[in-house]
Design a protein around this ligand. Structure first.
Ligand SMILES: *Cc1c(COP(=O)(O)O)cnc(C)c1O
Length: 486
């Protein structure tokens, strides 16, 4: 199977090339030419598999030229070793409502699913395609990607990684997770401004010819760990299948029953993986895109106009504080099959901050997607209400989706909410939502939240408290290029 660019350059690449290159040279994103089909008999076969074994079956369908034995081993290392028994945890929280808890990995957010695996795919992909240069991973993060990428890439052969996060744009725990990162091949910078400033700065480095030249002279090639990389998306398809099987078991359904998924969304990577699962034949009804106050996607799904020229809000769900949802470009390509159109829209987005799709295209998108958004007040209220009513404690990102399910859950279909971060990653807001006094310090808040809920916080978070910061430098967005060269 080959991969093509959403902006239509003629050359097709293998999965390994797509992962090594990250972004296509024409600025587009790599997408699979076709979707492997999974029939009812295969679904039946896959149903009893462990998470790692399921990944071992699914990944080779998209990563054809990788040795299946290598993929099975990598999946085992990622999902058995790094996650323990927590991979794919699916819990019933109310009648017909489930949470797929994706935060039982090493950094307590769903991005571990991709970033515990993708570094292995990259290193193997380089070997297969005979790339001997050093790979420098640049990451712009609104919080969770940075730490998950640092953890996935640390001390890997032939790779180094630089992470840029918005100063004051992350929670204290998130900042501490990154600032204390260990490893010989890692660097971390706070950037003045918001996530889009950091992301734009990093994108500029990627498209800057002189920077690329200078790095090539040092035998270094840039790559991305953001969800624009195909290697980030493909591992995420697995958990839609896994959760589907858990719901069938729990509800006593047979294969073929449709369920809906509601996904707290920022860059549109997580929910796009659900679309891919549906394209492969998983019986998904609707994929519901849940936004926070930065509801650029909700407005797009409702009106057909994507308009990033609006006020940017810093919310309690910082990993969703995004105005340019990069992976929407992939969806637009799949829905239209028209790289020329996609290029026009993206050019318009770059020049005017917006673009509009036709009513036809919007209707097509709505066959698979629905949407909703959650205000800051509603987010807090939802955390409190789910704890009071269902004894379920959620983080702020998950709460954005839980709120949307109240409106979007259909009576005759099971809904699975993707729970994307541990509540202990955002302890102060969660405590406040429970009506508790909120200590100044995040770590005191973690302890208070443990007492209030009777849940134990992940050790990887509590142990940060006494760890010394390694990285303290704050830079301007203009300095991103300079430090990327060093
Ligand atoms: C990254 C992230 C999201 C958004 O996921 P996208 O793939 O960017 O849409 C939601 N919640 C949490 C906790 C995240 O870290």
């Amino acid at each position: 199977m080959f991969y093509v660019s959403t902006r239509g350059s003629k050359n097709k690449v293998t999965a390994a090339e797509a992962i090594v290159q990250g972004l296509s040279e024409d600025g587009g994103l790599f997408v699979p030419e076709a979707f492997p089909q999974v029939d009812a008999a295969t679904l039946k076969e896959w149903r009893p598999l462990s998470y790692a074994a399921l990944a071992g079956e699914l990944l080779p369908l998209f990563l054809e030229e990788y040795d299946p034995a290598f993929l099975r081993k990598a999946a085992g290392e990622a999902y058995e070793t790094a996650f323990g028994a927590g991979a794919g945890t699916t819990v019933n929280i109310a009648e017909g409502l489930y949470a797929l808890e994706l935060w039982h990995g090493p950094t307590c957010a769903f991005k571990d699913y991709a970033l515990q695996l993708m570094p292995r795919l990259l290193v193997e992909g380089k070997r297969m395609t005979e790339h001997t240069e050093k790979t420098r991973i640049l990451v712009a993060t609104s919080g969770d990607t940075g730490k998950a990428a640092l953890d996935g890439y640390k001390n890997l052969e032939g790779v180094d990684i630089i992470v840029f996060y918005p100063n004051d744009g992350t929670s204290i725990v998130q900042r501490k997770q990154m600032a204390t990162q260990e490893g010989d091949n890692v660097r971390v910078f706070a950037v003045e401004g918001n996530f889009d400033d950091a992301q734009t700065g990093v994108k500029k480095v990627f498209s800057d010819e002189t920077v690329r030249e200078k790095l090539l002279q040092k035998n270094i090639r840039l790559s991305s760990a953001n969800s624009i990389n195909w290697g980030r998306l493909v591992p995420q398809i697995v958990y839609y299948f896994y959760a589907y099987f858990r719901v069938l078991e729990s509800e006593g359904f047979t294969e073929g029953a449709q369920i809906d998924f509601c996904v707290p969304t920022g860059n549109f990577g997580d929910i796009l993986a659900g679309y891919y699962a549906k394209k492969m034949g998983l019986p998904i009804g609707k994929l519901i895109c849940a936004s926070n106050k930065n509801k650029v996607l909700t407005d797009f799904f409702r009106t057909g106009t994507y308009d990033a020229g609006r006020e940017f809000y810093k919310t309690a769900s910082p990993s969703m504080d995004i105005l340019i949802s990069s992976n929407l470009e992939r969806l637009l390509y799949h829905v239209t099959g028209d790289a020329g159109k996609v290029s026009e829209w993206m050019a318009s987005l770059k020049e005017t901050g917006k673009f509009t799709v036709s009513e036809d295209i919007l209707q097509k998108i709505r066959q698979d997607f629905d949407c909703g958004w959650t205000s800051e007040e509603e987010c807090e209220e939802t955390i409190g209400a789910f704890f009071a009513e269902h004894n379920y404690i959620s983080d702020t990102h998950t709460a954005v989706a839980l709120h949307v399910t109240r409106e979007k859950k259909s009576a005759d279909r099971v809904m699975v909410v993707l729970s994307t971060a541990s509540p202990f990653k955002f302890p102060r807001v969660v405590l406040k939502a429970l009506g508790e006094a909120v200590p100044e310090n995040d770590f005191d808040a973690i302890a208070a939240l443990e007492r209030r809920t009777g849940m134990e916080a992940p050790e990887t978070l509590t142990s940060l408290r006494n760890k010394e910061d390694r990285f303290t430098r704050v830079i301007s967005a203009e300095e991103i290029a300079e430090v990327s060269l060093a």
